[in-house]
Every structure is written in C-alpha cells, then in structure tokens.
Design a binder for this molecule. Structure first.
Ligand code: URA
Length: 189
C-alpha cells in the first residue's frame, strides 16, 4: 500500500498519457483520509489545472453549498477525480486516459478503505458503478458492493447549466448524509 505522500509524488510526475503535455498541474485528490467517504468526479477543469487542487472553480462553490446544506464540509470527505489532469477544452476524459490514470484512483481507494463512494456525474458513475449507468434515472440510489455503499449524483457543473437540478441533488446529499450517519452509528454494515 502506498502512502498519500507517495501517491501525490507519483501523480506529480506522471507521464502515463498525453494529458501530461498540456496540463499545468496534475490534481491529486485531497481531503479526509480517515472519514470513510470518497467523492469521485471526472477530471480537473481550468481552475483546478491552474491551482492543482480539486474543485476550486465555480462547480466547487456548488459542491460546497450542497455539502453545507447536508451538514458536511470538505474536511469530512476525500475528493478526487478519475483522471488527474485537465483534458483540453474541458472535454470528457477519453477511455484510454481513464485507463492510464485509474491506477491512482485504485491506490487512493485502497488507502482510504471508504464506506461510501459518491460519484459526481455520469463519467465517474459509468466508470465506477456500471458502464450503462443513467445519471438522470439513477442518481441518489445506493448499491452495496464489496463492503462499500456506492451512489451517484449530478455533477455540480450540470447544476450550473441547469439550476433546476439543484433541489433533487440537495435531497441526494441528504441521503448520503443519512447513510453516513447510519454507518457511523454502526447501523449500515
Ligand atoms: N470538475 C471535475 O470533474 N473535477 C474537478 O476537480 C473540478 C471540476
């Protein structure tokens, strides 16, 4: 098992895919290594590429609001991406880029041993939960796999594009909070 510092060092000098030639900064996940809750998005955007930190841009503000509304904060969670480098033009990360990068997410997961994994958006949900996952129909539902509860919610940037999605995403965050409380109190496996 690698430590967080070792993984950060690997990611900082990664050349496993062509995104290393266009990135400004790789974006390693960060947050609470012991909180038991792992949030996975797709790939860094422009602000994150500049700052080297996940969700520092406008979608980060939406995420913070959703967490706060459910009585949580970034200090409670660990936040990362399937792909650690910014895809130019904010396009979806390509399957081969995901393939090259997934090793880091695997090691983050081994390190964290999360009780809950929350996928932020379709790309992460299709990579982590099921290739045919339908975010519009299935967001907010939970499934249990290998000692971990898995769920997916709309990506914060989808809410920025369509603010009507905010309300149902708030409800999804409340469900996540409920599951987390259940687990902390020893109720849900
Ligand atoms: N969008 C993502 O998917 N990840 C980030 O880190 C920021 C925006």
């Amino acid at each position: 098992m690698y430590t967080y510092e070792e993984l950060t060092a690997f990611v900082s000098r990664c050349t496993r895919c062509p995104l290393c030639r266009t990135r400004q900064n790789p974006v390693m996940g960060r947050g609470n290594l012991k909180g038991g809750i792992l949030f996975i998005a797709e790939a860094p955007g422009n602000s994150e590429d500049r700052d080297g930190i996940p969700f520092t841009g406008p979608s980060g503000k939406v995420l913070d609001e959703l967490l706060a509304d459910a009585g949580m904060s970034r200090q409670d969670i660990y936040l990362t991406n399937v792909v650690k480098c910014h895809p130019p033009g904010n396009r979806d990360p390509r399957p081969e880029e995901q393939e090259a990068c997934i090793i880091y997410l695997k090691h983050e997961t081994i390190l964290l041993r999360p009780k809950i994994i929350v996928c932020l958006g379709r790309v992460a949900a299709q990579r982590i939960i099921r290739p045919d996952f339908r975010i519009t129909r299935e967001h907010g539902s939970f499934l249990y796999r290998k000692n971990t509860w898995l769920t997916a919610v709309y990506h914060p940037s989808a809410i920025l594009r369509d603010p009507l999605k905010m309300e149902e995403t708030r409800e999804d965050f409340w469900k996540i909070r409920g599951k987390w409380d259940e687990i902390l109190s020893g109720g849900a496996s």
